[in-house]
Design a binder for this molecule. Structure first.
Ligand SMILES: C[S@@+](CC[C@H](N)C(=O)[O-])C[C@H]1O[C@@H](n2cnc3c(N)ncnc32)[C@H](O)[C@@H]1O
Length: 289
């Protein structure tokens, strides 16, 4: 498997940014709560021992699994040195001896032997995957899964949208444009306001030979007054601020345009009548026995 764009860091944000790490730590708590369980409800957890979390960030999900399931061994991989360092330190503080974190690029060959894992999890990786990298990564997952093992992708087509904030939706159009221009989107229409990824996940798993594929939708209502409002609105504010260099680099918005729209977005998402629901989806399946 070759790198598609080997000379570039493919993540849409600086993976070493402290702000991004803090954003991911907050988001992990909100998303875990919304998803309700660490693993899909219909799998036989007794058959799961070795777990891999691809692009684990600061390690929230991986550490939660290690804590809740001392019988399982968890490996988290990421390319952010800062996040891996944080995750390793946290695991030590919590005395979690069944979790480890390693530097690894998920757009290259995964440095694990065949049949190493019973379950592979990858959540919100759309921000660094090129379209062509998806089938390659899923093929790699199938190689390192044991027969009967499970691979699950949870991802989204938009940043915390749809909403009634005109500015936030404009930012989403910038994102879909930038994703088309950098070969990340499955929908070639720049003004589509989504990445076209979630409809593809089941098909990509099937193409790689996965069986018994299930697709589970998730929704997070973060309208004003809802329990998730403050945390997700704040997450959105940080995330969009960090995307400014990516928007500038891809020619979808200048710094000045970004700043102006950003102020409008702050006003809109802090209004009492703000409405916003974020949809994302899990697709998972099994490697044939
Ligand atoms: C949106 S975060 C998701 C973090 C975590 N999975 C979660 O759900 O909270 C994306 C993560 O991908 C990592 N990343 C970026 N490019 C990567 C690559 N090529 N290989 C592995 N991880 C990468 C980033 O450092 C970041 O931690």
């Amino acid at each position: 498997m070759s790198n598609i764009h080997p000379s570039e860091n493919s993540y849409v944000m600086d993976p070493e940014s402290a702000m991004e790490m803090a954003r991911l730590l907050d988001l992990d708590i909100i998303v875990n709560k919304q998803m309700g369980a660490l693993f899909p409800a219909d799998i036989d957890l007794g058959r799961v021992h070795d777990v891999l979390d691809i692009a684990c960030g600061p390690g929230g999900w991986a550490m939660e699994v290690a804590f809740e399931h001392p019988d399982k061994h968890v490996v988290g991989i990421d390319i952010s040195r800062a996040m891996l360092e944080y995750a390793t330190a946290q695991a030590k503080v919590q005395d979690l001896q069944n979790v480890e974190f390693r530097f690894m690029d998920a757009t290259s060959k995964l440095q694990f032997p065949e049949a190493s894992f019973d379950l592979i999890n990858a959540r919100f990786i759309v921000g660094f995957m090129w379209k062509e990298a998806w089938p390659e990564l899923i093929k790699e997952c199938m190689r390192i899964l044991r027969p009967g093992g499970i691979v699950r992708f949870t991802d989204t087509d938009r940043g915390f949208s749809p909403t009634n904030s005109a500015a936030l939706e404009k930012f989403n159009i910038f994102a879909s444009k930038a994703f088309v221009r950098t070969g990340r989107s499955f929908c070639e229409e720049e003004n589509a306001n989504h990445f076209g990824l979630t409809p593809m996940l089941g098909a990509l798993l099937a193409e790689a030979g996965c069986e018994n594929i299930r697709e589970i939708p998730h929704m997070l209502n973060y309208s004003a007054g809802e329990p998730a409002h403050f945390a997700l609105a704040h997450n959105c504010e940080v995330g969009i601020a960090l995307l400014a260099p990516f928007f500038k680099k891809t020619g979808v918005a200048s710094q000045e345009e970004h700043e102006q729209l950003y102020q409008q977005m702050l006003r809109e998402i802090r209004r009492d009548d703000f409405r916003g629901i974020w949809y994302f989806m899990s697709a998972y399946g099994e490697k044939p026995l």
